[in-house]
Design a protein around this ligand. Structure first.
Ligand SMILES: Cc1cc2nc3c(=O)[nH]c(=O)nc-3n(C[C@H](O)[C@H](O)[C@H](O)COP(=O)(O)OP(=O)(O)OC[C@H]3O[C@@H](n4cnc5c(N)ncnc54)[C@H](O)[C@@H]3O)c2cc1C
Length: 281
């Protein structure tokens, strides 16, 4: 075992369910027992080898089946680059089609994560084509991206569904609003559009000011939506929201490609660097 496995993995388990499908199902049951739904992701991105991308698609089919067999309230969220986007477009479309057809068969929603800026346009195009045949599919949009307002309108015009997040990738200021204040303002603006025109959308943030804003908007227009929060972050808030009558889901990632995801969670919040350093001594 390397340093990553011995030092970072125990800390990363705060944000990931573990490496196996069973560990994700165990966490899903725990979340469901508190009235919290789940969105489960098998970790992996930028997979170039078609046989590996096939294995990822097969894992999602097993995961969807396990969600159904265990009576879990939840569904899966995929990254298109783990199904071959950027390397094997035709194969990626065929793999996504299998996962989307399986979601329909099992009466589950299907979410598509949003990745780095080099995949934004392609992700939206693939999403819009998929939802024509599989309307219960949704896609994440990043409030840090300058283009997201027009993407949101384009998706809503097509009758699509969105999970609104701030955005987690390192990007240039050509693509993103550079300050936290601007990102939050854009998030609030996009929330306004969602509450005006959207249905069945997800609010993916742990930011109390934005959650309060969403509650306020929900009081003005009664529309179906839910809050989505990540595993290991603001657990008390999830339970408070459930007690107040809101629908809440927890995003549960699992799998042996846990490092890239955990690195994003550790670095986006300074206190986690201390947790990491403390685990080294
Ligand atoms: C359900 C869900 C799905 C997501 N899907 C995507 C996606 O598809 N594509 C994408 O680019 N991004 C995705 N993200 C990540 C998102 O873009 C942000 O990086 C992440 O949610 C942090 O932003 P925030 O809105 O919580 O606000 P922040 O301002 O970062 O955080 C608000 C508060 O939450 C707490 N907090 C937030 N992050 C941490 C942390 N890592 N450790 C400890 N405390 C923390 C702190 O109390 C902080 O003050 C998703 C997030 C969620 C919740």
């Amino acid at each position: 075992m390397g340093l990553k496995e011995t030092v970072v993995l125990p800390l990363a388990k705060r944000w990931i369910s573990g490496v196996t499908l069973d560990s994700a199902i165990d966490d899903a049951k725990k979340a469901n027992s508190k009235g919290i739904g789940v969105v489960v992701n098998f970790l992996g991105e930028e997979i170039k080898d078609p046989s590996e991308a096939d294995a990822h698609a097969a894992q999602y089919l097993r995961l969807q089946q396990a969600i159904s067999d265990n009576g879990i309230s939840g569904f899966v969220s995929v990254k298109l680059t783990q199904l071959g986007l950027g390397a094997d477009e035709t194969g990626m479309e065929a793999r996504l089609e299998k996962v989307a057809t399986n979601a329909d068969r099992l009466n589950q929603l299907l979410w598509i994560d949003m990745e780095g800026s080099n995949f934004t346009e392609e992700t939206i195009k693939v999403y819009l084509a998929t939802r024509e045949k599989h309307p219960r599919t949704g896609v994440a949009l990043q409030a840090y991206a300058r283009r997201s307002e027009s993407d949101l309108k384009r998706i809503l015009d097509a009758g699509g569904t969105v999970r609104l997040v701030k955005g987690a990738y390192r990007e240039s200021s050509d693509f993103v609003f550079p300050t936290r204040k601007e990102v939050r303002e854009n998030y609030a603006k996009l929330l306004g559009i969602l509450f005006e025109r959207g249905e069945g959308f997800a609010i993916g943030t742990h930011d109390s000011a934005l959650i309060d804003e969403a509650k306020e908007l929900a009081g003005q227009r009664h529309v179906d939506f839910h809050f989505e929060l990540l595993k290991g972050i603001r657990d008390e808030l999830k339970e408070e929201l459930v007690k107040s009558g809101y629908k809440v889901s927890e995003y549960l990632p699992y799998g042996d490609r846990w490092y890239a995801y955990s690195k994003r969670r550790i670095t986006e919040h300074p206190s986690n660097i201390w947790l990491l350093l403390r685990s080294l001594v």
